[in-house]
Write a protein that binds this ligand. Structure first.
Ligand code: CU
Length: 147
């Protein structure tokens, strides 16, 4: 069977798998000490059971460079979990999707700061956005779209 067939199957099973699979919960977040939305995202993760080590830095771009986050999709904070880079206001759901499917990529990013993402709440407003995956060479692809 072609590999591609398995992807929808895995995604369909995601809610059941995530109840059982031991997904990583330790996450390191690099952020500016002055970034309010970053702190809100950290609180969101803690609320979802993640053990967060938040590291304040004056030079977030040094960490983005270290973790190969392409400039064009860079956001505010950069996080590392289970060998993957998570850039910006990514949801718990998409972190789980990443850790369960384990694609051959460097990480995922939510570029910009879409309103309605965790840490960017504004009433009931939900902006549509794409979660972008990137590899070590800076190649990007749509990981999933959120509408
Ligand atoms: Cu932000």
């Amino acid at each position: 069977m072609k590999k591609v067939v398995w992807v929808p199957l895995i995604l369909a099973l995601l809610p059941f798998l995530s109840a059982q699979a031991e997904l990583a919960k330790d996450i390191v977040v690099y952020k500016s000490p002055h970034c309010g939305c970053c702190t809100k995202w950290v609180d969101y993760l803690k609320g979802r059971g993640y053990r967060v080590e938040a590291i304040n830095t004056q030079d977030v771009y040094a960490w983005k460079k270290k973790y190969a986050v392409p400039e064009k999709i860079a956001a505010c904070h950069t996080a590392v979990i289970d060998g993957y880079v998570v850039e910006g206001h990514v949801t718990d759901r998409d972190i789980k999707r990443l850790l369960l499917t384990r694609p051959n990529i460097k990480g995922i990013a939510v570029p910009g700061m879409p309103v309605g993402t965790p840490g960017m709440e504004k009433g009931d407003i939900r902006e549509a956005y794409d979660v972008i995956s990137f590899d070590e060479q800076g190649r990007t692809e749509v990981f999933v779209n959120r509408r």
